[in-house]
Design a protein around this ligand. Structure first.
Ligand code: UDP
Ligand code: MG
Length: 336
């Protein structure tokens, strides 16, 4: 991508916020801070770490609070239940006050050392610096093909293309975070949202590490649901394509009927035709059910949006040395 860049470098950011969604990461928290804090200390930039406890069922919250007590830079947002990574990340972005904000995973698969390079690019004038995974290991052939198909579809169906091998690990300028905080939609496909907001974007390359502790929270079905969510929240092509398919089938059916009429007029009625009747009934029945399914999915999404429920609910915010604040709402966070 080429952009008209402002001339001259920006000064170092006044505050860096690192946002970390955590779900059942009790065994990873200690290792996370042991690596993250020294790296951030070398940057020479004031920073805060916003950890979002996404309704963990293990001792994650206690471990986070313990860290927040020891390190005044650490702030913990405790959600009332598990809202999923995308919403946990939204909660973290809403509570981050940095001039630049870096979302990253709790499992150290995102090397914090890359943040220095991201800040360099930001100082060059970029507003989004995403991290591109280099030579990812441990992906099966099936997963690779699945990812390829997803990206191909997404690029062809949505307004904006998605950069490849890019996750949520990136640096965002305050303006970008404000823009994202203003997006009201309930279905948060963050990769798509990051691309959709635009701004001057560039990438840096990093090597993804192994998970330090615990296991991945995304199985095949969760990923499938995630991919489908991504496609349907950034394109209404799946909704419209049935009109086109219906028109083609109707046209073919019309031609077929005309042929049958002419044949009947010339050669009279021949009784056979059971298979073709059955085939067309089954085929059309299947298509109709599929269409209904797609309609239902979008309708469900509209229903979710119309209810207008908050994206997430905060039980408590822990930040030391001040006393824990009262649970604040999404609105209050956005007002800040
Ligand atoms: N996560 C979360 N809520 C969830 C699932 C995951 O906050 O419902 C967090 C998790 O703790 C981690 C990040 O999202 O910090 C990425 O999750 P994971 O490492 O399991 O995903 P993967 O790296 O395998 O894609
Ligand atoms: Mg991970």
């Amino acid at each position: 991508m080429s952009h008209a860049m402002p001339s001259g470098r920006r000064p170092a950011p006044r505050l860096l916020s690192v946002v970390i969604p955590c779900y059942n990461e009790e065994n990873g928290v200690a290792a996370l801070f042991a690596r993250l804090l020294p790296v951030l200390d070398t940057l020479g930039v004031p920073y805060e770490i916003v950890c979002v406890n996404d309704g963990s069922r293990d001792g994650t919250l206690d471990a986070l609070i313990e860290s927040a007590r020891r390190f005044p830079q650490v702030k913990v947002i405790d959600l009332s239940r598990n809202f999923g990574k995308e919403r946990a990340l939204s909660a973290g972005l809403a509570h981050a006050s940095g001039e630049v904000v870096v979302p990253m995973d709790a499992d150290l698969q995102h090397p914090p050392e890359a943040i220095a390079e991201m800040i360099g690019k930001w100082r060059d004038g970029y507003e989004v610096v995403y991290a591109v995974r280099h030579a990812r290991t441990g992906q099966t052939l099936g997963e690779k093909m699945f990812a390829k198909a997803f990206y191909w579809l997404f690029d062809h169906l949505s307004e904006v293309p998605l950069p490849r091998e890019v996750g949520d690990f990136r640096l965002l300028d305050r303006r970008v975070v404000d823009a994202i905080n203003q997006m009201p939609e309930r279905s948060r496909f963050m990769k798509g949202i990051f691309a959709w907001v635009g701004f001057r974007q560039t990438g840096i390359v990093y090597v993804q590490g192994e998970r330090t502790a615990g296991t991945t929270k995304f199985n095949f079905f969760r990923l499938l649901r995630f991919a489908f969510d991504g496609l349907t929240s950034f394109s209404n092509f799946p909704l419209r394509v049935w009109g086109l398919i219906g028109a083609v089938i109707s046209a073919l059916a019309f031609v077929y009927i005309v042929i049958r009429i002419i044949r009947t007029l010339i050669w009279g009625i021949d009784v056979p035709g059971y298979e073709s009747t059955l085939a067309s009934v089954l085929f059309l029945g299947g298509m109709q059910l599929l269409t209904l399914g797609v309609l239902g999915d979008y309708l469900g999404r509209v229903f979710d949006e119309v209810k207008g429920r908050p994206l997430y609910i905060v039980r408590e915010v822990y930040a030391w040395p001040v006393e824990p604040r009262q649970a604040d709402t999404e609105e209050a966070a956005q007002a800040r």
